[in-house]
Design a protein around this ligand. Structure first.
Ligand SMILES: CC(C)(COP(=O)(O)OP(=O)(O)OC[C@H]1O[C@@H](n2cnc3c(N)ncnc32)[C@H](O)[C@@H]1OP(=O)(O)O)[C@@H](O)C(=O)NCCC(=O)NCCS
Length: 155
């Protein structure tokens, strides 16, 4: 069990391939490493964040340059949000989400959208995201919700 005291979490911008260390066991367990690749991973505008504890990568999140047909404006898609099981519920997911948001705002992103797994929906609601429409099934992965977070800017 993870002991929080005396351990400092460090956030870094990393490459998409570095995220596989967490994407694979958390989101693609039992599947080939190639399944960890997401379309848009390698675009120069895509952002990958890693959370380290004493040099160990324990959480990742990717903010990919990808448009959703329902939305207008400068968009990003959140993918690969994952924290290793033994480190979950310690605030690391929130740290990754908040750090991503900060960088998206610096780039004047209008909307962050994503397909949220049903089990993670309440985590995203806590990050003030909104569900759009009805849940839907993604084959082999389960029920999902389209969720968004909108950003506005004063002139
Ligand atoms: C979803 C996930 C990234 C959240 O990361 P985390 O580090 O465990 O989350 P945090 O500790 O930062 O949680 C922030 C808040 O959300 C809550 N929360 C976290 N995961 C939750 C969940 N699955 N359901 C409900 N609430 C959750 C926490 O209790 C906390 O609430 P609090 O501030 O009131 O205490 C992590 O649980 C995970 O990797 N899950 C498996 C992979 C997955 O489903 N990824 C999402 C794909 S869409």
């Amino acid at each position: 069990m993870y002991q929080k005291k005396n351990r400092k979490a460090i956030l870094k911008n990393i490459s998409s391939v570095e995220t596989y260390e967490v994407r694979h066991p958390v989101l693609r367990q039992g599947k080939t490493i190639e399944t960890c690749y997401f379309e848009g991973d390698l675009l120069p505008e895509s952002l990958h964040l890693g959370l380290y504890l004493e040099n160990r990568l324990v959480g990742v999140a990717s903010f990919l340059k990808n448009k959703h047909k329902l939305f207008l404006g400068n968009q990003s898609q959140l993918r690969g949000m994952a924290v290793l099981p033994e480190f979950q519920k310690n605030g690391f997911g929130e740290m990754l989400f908040t750090a991503g948001e900060k960088q998206l705002k610096e780039n004047k992103t209008n909307i962050l959208w994503f397909n949220a797994r049903e089990i993670a929906k309440n985590f995203y609601l806590k990050q003030n995201c909104t569900v759009i429409g009805e849940p839907y099934e993604i084959k082999g992965v389960g029920m999902h919700f389209l969720m968004i977070k909108e950003f506005s800017y004063s002139l």
